[in-house]
Ligand binder design. Structure first.
Ligand code: NAP
Length: 530
């Protein structure tokens, strides 16, 4: 496929003009062709006006039509073949098998949503039948369901060039409920975005969807993203990325004359608590698995385990020694881009300066700066050191973690109470540990979006029950997830119909329930007709 470098506005490619930037191979610093053109305010306006103009047509498509569209996106993504994978690998340094894994995740996700939207019960239809004879006041007929909000502005993250980008859950869930999308291509993988966009465009054409439901604009720097969020036609925005970027755009969304919901999924520290029973039974095994989780994808996951806490003991010292040895074996690998590499290496240098932190493990092979390679680092401290270095409880993106040797069991609960919101918290323990540390677990339920038992945070199951979110700063809205079918809830709002005639009601609210969705009818869940 010949790459173009311009904006894609409703399936049409814009003229090439304005400021340019390039994708870069982080392993060599080589600029990749073509040049990408930053979107102008006019182009952003065109994309959002077009999205707004097709919203009514798109939201009125049937669940079957939208399911077919999502299935076609999955098929067209597969049909892109190796070209998508090779470009993603060149722009991010991810090995090809990792890119293939991401592509498969995106394909499966589109098919999961296709089934979910066809089944239809996600609209949360509720019916309370009227009673004109009720004394002292007649009871109205009240019915409600979820409806799409309008055009969605989407920002993907650099670390998932396929699975959390153009083909990510944000785009797919917006389409599933009937919202058009304008996505900002990530400037660190613009070519991957352009190739992936072809799958969406082809699927829309194949299934008779309005072309204006999808546009993609480019930009390096903040201006394009801010304009997308500020534009009056944008009804909501979804962002995956850093805390700084998410917070800044959240404020832009809130400061608009008409504020809009801004759903930011950001990074977190993802603590692991290794309780004494687990340490005694499987300390060495956990050490190896933890380092595997820490170094997967060169530590570039929002769920990367940044802290590991356990109780001072001989077993803990063995655990620490074993984890440090494994860290030593990690062969340095190329990070996503030079900026992330610089942030990582300077963050590690800062930690090395702290007298409370001891570097207990480090890759034995040196990392190459020219290739933007990261070595792995493991620090150790105690509860006092953790309290004295609050930055340890913040994400440092890359393969670095800190072990915290606690003197008292209560130190772990005390730390958990100070923990900011986190995407995950993991607990290694036995049934007895869980009883003894019930206070800690209770605190963690209030701090994390996903609690993992005897497992590791990296690697998410994309399914109906997953929750990938958490209290701030993990996200801006702790109720919502950015992965799994529940993420459709970000782009809908309840609309209530009072005393409307049958002929004018949406199908899901009609008496005969033609789509056979699960509804709450006078307080009872049922698929029955009224
Ligand atoms: P990023 O630097 O925040 O960038 C994300 C996107 O937002 C880019 O398109 C970026 O464009 C734009 N952006 C950032 N700040 C902006 C601002 N102030 N105004 C307007 N646009 C802005 O994040 P990243 O480096 O791509 O991704 C790594 C981060 O994502 C890590 O912190 C990781 O933990 C997090 N992450 C979270 C999840 C999750 O599900 N919670 C998943 C994956 C990654 P420009 O670069 O052009 O500014």
């Amino acid at each position: 496929m010949e790459l173009h470098g311009g904006q894609i506005i409703g399936g049409e490619r814009s003229a090439l003009s304005g400021e340019v930037f390039h994708g870069v191979d982080p392993s060599s610093g080589e600029q990749l062709n073509p040049a990408y053109f930053e979107a102008t305010a006019d182009e952003i306006d065109q994309a959002l006006r077009l999205a707004e103009s097709v919203f009514d047509e798109f939201r009125k498509t049937t669940p079957g039509q939208r399911g077919a569209f999502l299935d076609a996106i999955a098929d067209e993504t597969e049909a892109l073949g190796d070209e998508l994978l090779k470009r993603a690998s060149a722009e991010t340094g991810h090995p090809l098998p990792r890119c293939a894994m991401e592509r498969d995740r995106a394909v499966n996700q589109a098919r999961l949503f296709a089934g979910f939207v066809r089944e239809g019960s996600w609209v949360d239809a509720r019916i309370d039948l009227g009673d004109s004879g009720r004394i002292p006041m007649p009871k109205p007929d009240v019915r409600s369901l979820m409806q799409p909000v309008g055009p969605i502005a989407i920002f993907g993250a650099s670390n998932f060039p396929i699975a959390i980008s153009v083909l990510g859950a944000d785009t797919i869930s917006a389409f599933a409920c009937g919202c058009p999308v304008v996505i900002k291509a990530h400037p660190a993988h613009p070519g991957t975005c352009e190739i992936a966009a072809q799958a969406v465009i082809a699927a829309a054409l194949k299934t008779g969807m309005p072309a204006g439901l999808f546009s993609m604009v480019h930009g390096k720097g903040n201006a394009v993203g801010e304009e997308l969020v500020r534009h009056p036609a944008t009804a909501a925005a979804a962002f995956t990325g850093s805390l700084g970027g998410g917070r800044s755009l959240f404020e832009t969304a809130s400061n608009r004359p008409i504020p809009i919901p801004f759903y930011a999924e950001m990074g977190s520290v993802n603590p692991i608590f290794v309780l004494p029973g687990a340490l005694a039974e499987r300390g060495e095994e956990i050490a190896g698995e933890f380092v595997g989780s820490l170094t997967m994808g060169v530590g570039q996951f929002c769920t990367n385990p940044g802290l590991v806490l356990g109780l001072k003991s001989e077993q803990w010292d063995n655990f620490s020694k074993s984890a440090a040895e494994k860290v030593g074996e990690f062969v340095p690998q190329t990070m996503l881009h030079a900026g992330i590499h610089h942030a990582f290496t300077s963050g590690v240098e800062e930690r090395k300066k702290s007298s409370d932190l001891h570097l207990v493990g480090e890759s034995s092979r040196a990392a190459s700066v020219e290739k933007s390679e990261a070595a792995c680092y493991l620090f150790e401290t105690n509860a006092e050191g953790l309290a004295a270095n609050p930055e340890l409880a913040e994400e440092l993106f890359g393969p670095v973690s800190t072990l915290v040797k606690c003197s008292e069991p209560s130190d772990m609960e005390a730390f958990a109470k100070t923990l900011s919101g986190s995407l995950t918290a993991s607990v290694h323990g036995t049934e007895k540990d869980l009883e003894e540390y019930a206070g800690l677990i209770s605190v963690l339920e209030k701090k994390a979006g996903r609690l993992i038992f005897n497992g590791y945070p990296v690697g998410l199951e994309v399914c109906h029950s997953i929750h990938h979110g958490g209290p701030y700063p993990a996200t801006c809205h702790s109720y919502f997830t950015s992965i799994g079918t529940r993420c459709i809830q970000r782009f809908v709002r309840p609309v209530c119909f009072q005393d409307w005639p049958q002929s004018a009601l949406p199908p899901e609210l009609k008496d005969e329930n033609p789509l056979e969705v699960l509804r709450i009818l006078d307080g009872e869940y049922t698929r029955d007709a009224v």
